[in-house]
Design a protein around this ligand. Structure first.
Ligand SMILES: Cc1cc2nc3c(=O)[nH]c(=O)nc-3n(C[C@H](O)[C@H](O)[C@H](O)COP(=O)(O)O)c2cc1C
Length: 228
């Protein structure tokens, strides 16, 4: 309830943004894309190193990359990942949140828990960047520790908010990090480029059921304590 007192000053984009996994076919103006990326770069970073790069993947390269990624995943191909995203084992509190997010996604799609084909079909869409007009691969200079990921994460959120402010929608795609070598090969990237994630960007399809997915957040008391 206390939050209500302050909501008039909230940044609307923070409350309204959500991951979008279906897009209208409208193209995104190149200048607008460059603008939101420029805004993303306003993110702070340790020593102002501004780590990370964004690669837009288009045309035949995108088509081939998506086909190869999908085939690799369908065939159960596994690569050594550049970094481990999730803690192993996953603590129960986090596991519950992961399950809730999956339920929100598959619930919006009407895909039941035991519908393996339905879940796989949705998962495969990761590798097509959800057919968004803009497909980005996000990389980080190899050698960075968690600090670099932290800085890049701020830029990623900056990109999401800037995009939202311009009527665009986004979805980060961590699933791409399962195939770093395949991605480097197809995008002609050096081994120095750690594949962090993908990003779909474009105009949301308001009629798509998947875009009704909404996730909850834990209460402030669950992650904030006061000492002294
Ligand atoms: C770094 C990162 C990677 C993600 N990877 C995926 C992904 O591979 N596939 C997907 O459908 N959603 C992905 N998401 C979206 C999350 O599931 C989503 O952010 C979370 O459930 C909260 O929902 P919201 O973004 O709608 O607020 C990713 C989000 C982040 C920040």
């Amino acid at each position: 309830m206390d939050g209500m007192r302050f909501s008039a000053s909230d940044i609307a984009a923070i409350n309204d943004r959500h991951s979008v996994r279906a897009y209208l076919p409208h193209a995104v103006d190149d200048a607008l894309l460059a603008h939101v990326l420029t805004q993303a770069r306003c993110a702070p970073s340790g020593a102002n190193l501004q780590p990370g790069s964004f690669v837009q993947v288009r045309g035949d390269v995108r088509q081939t990359l998506s086909t190869q990624l999908t085939a690799a995943w369908r065939n159960g191909q596994q690569e050594v990942e550049d970094y481990a995203y999730f803690p192993k084992p996953m603590p129960m509190t986090l596991l519950k949140r992961q399950v809730a997010a999956a339920q929100a996604l598959y619930g919006a799609l009407g895909v039941s828990r035991d519908d393996r084909a339905g879940r796989d079909a949705q998962f495969e869409r990761n590798f097509r960047f959800f057919d968004a007009p803009v497909a980005l691969v996000v990389t980080l200079e190899r050698g960075f520790g968690p600090g670099g990921f932290m800085d890049l994460g701020m830029a990623l959120y900056g990109l999401m908010l800037a995009a939202h402010a311009h009527g665009l929608a986004t979805c980060a795609i961590g699933a791409l990090a399962s195939y770093p070598s395949l991605i480097r090969t197809h995008l002609d990237l050096s081994n120095d480029a750690v594949v962090v994630c993908g990003m779909a960007l474009g105009y949301a399809d308001p009629a798509a059921p998947v875009n009704q997915t909404r996730t909850a957040r834990c209460h402030v008391n669950d992650f904030f304590t006061v000492v002294g």
